[in-house]
Design a protein around this ligand. Structure first.
Ligand SMILES: *[C@@H]1O[C@H](CO)[C@@H](O)[C@H](O)[C@H]1NC(C)=O
Ligand SMILES: *[C@@H]1O[C@H](CO)[C@@H](O)[C@H](O)[C@H]1NC(C)=O
Ligand SMILES: *[C@@H]1O[C@H](CO)[C@@H](O)[C@H](O)[C@H]1NC(C)=O
Length: 272
């Protein structure tokens, strides 16, 4: 039985190729004070690890968290209504101010006014009315390379239009937008993980220290400790039962997904 499970694990590793994680942990999963305080978005209050208040969040991190936004005075606050914000770069209503759309034209002061989004069908929009609209909170409209309106996922760099590629923290190379890979990292200090844009899946990396040192995809978390597990994984892994495991989608429905995983494994076993 154990053998069978390791065969299945190897099988699954070979398909995925690397360790990826989708979700950041709820702060409450960090039960150690030092670990908790090592996570940018968590705070240790009354012996509990809790989500940090926006007013204590670093300026750079602030605008990338849906719940928090920099206000016109440059202070980090809980994200308000879209109408409260104006941005220099039109895509920033969407990526920095929560799920906001933007007016397609600058105002007299040279800013784009953010606005609530009304769900649209990107494919049916004329080019002039395309950008800065949403289909839903995860799918936005932008002009593609043939200047037609197309929908794109906010969670993936793959094939994004080149004019917004780097703004979503993706890599432009030979005229194509894609996510950064572990192999793009050239220093040991930086070789921790790469993300598919700001919000997509996270891939763990590992420094291969031999005659030709390189940053490669990580295949396990065995050398992480209770102190490094969350810190080196952008808080998408946490320490549980003496090992470093990926965070559940959200804390409450974890048991549910485990049931599905077990059912799935049973199906595989039956097939064998
Ligand atoms: C763009 O949107 C405006 C305002 O809704 C509308 O009047 C105009 O006809 C649209 N342009 C095209 C080409 O559909
Ligand atoms: C651009 O978008 C249009 C409409 O969504 C689509 O039909 C067309 O194939 C796209 N062009 C490219 C190069 O992807
Ligand atoms: C973390 O590991 C160290 C060494 O194994 C141990 O002394 C310490 O108690 C652990 N801390 C927690 C919070 O588990």
């Amino acid at each position: 039985m154990i053998n069978l499970i390791s065969i299945i694990q190897i099988f699954i590793f070979n398909i995925l190729g690397a360790l990826i994680a989708k979700y950041q942990c709820d702060c409450s999963l960090f039960v150690d004070e030092v670990v908790c305080l090592g996570i940018e978005t968590c705070d240790w209050i009354n012996d509990l690890c809790v989500q940090k208040d926006c007013s204590n969040i670093d300026e750079i991190e602030c605008d990338l968290m849906g719940k928090c936004s920099l206000n016109p005075e440059g202070k980090c606050e809980a994200t308000q209504f879209c109408q409260e914000y104006q941005v220099k770069d039109e895509i920033d209503c969407m990526i920095k101010k929560g799920n906001c759309a933007a007016q397609n034209k600058k105002n007299d002061a040279g800013f784009y006014q953010c606005k609530n989004y009304i769900s649209v069908d990107c494919n049916s929009l004329a080019a002039e009315n395309c950008t800065n609209n949403y289909e839903d909170g995860q799918t936005f409209c932008w002009l593609n390379s043939t200047k037609q309106c197309q929908s794109y996922s906010i969670n993936s760099c793959e094939g994004l239009p080149l004019d917004i590629c780097s703004k979503l923290n993706c890599k432009t190379s030979i005229g194509i937008c894609s996510s950064f890979k572990c192999s793009d990292i050239t220093s040991q200090d930086q070789c921790k993980y790469v993300k598919d844009g700001y919000w997509g899946v996270l891939t763990l990396c590992n420094w291969k220290d031999d005659s030709n040192p390189t940053c490669i995809d990580r295949i396990d978390t065995k050398d992480f400790t209770n102190q490094t597990c969350s810190k080196l994984t952008d808080a998408r892994y946490y320490w549980k039962d003496e090992s470093c495991v990926s965070c559940p989608k959200n804390y409450e429905d974890n048991s549910n997904s485990q049931v599905y995983l077990i059912l799935y494994l049973i199906c595989i076993l039956i097939e064998l």
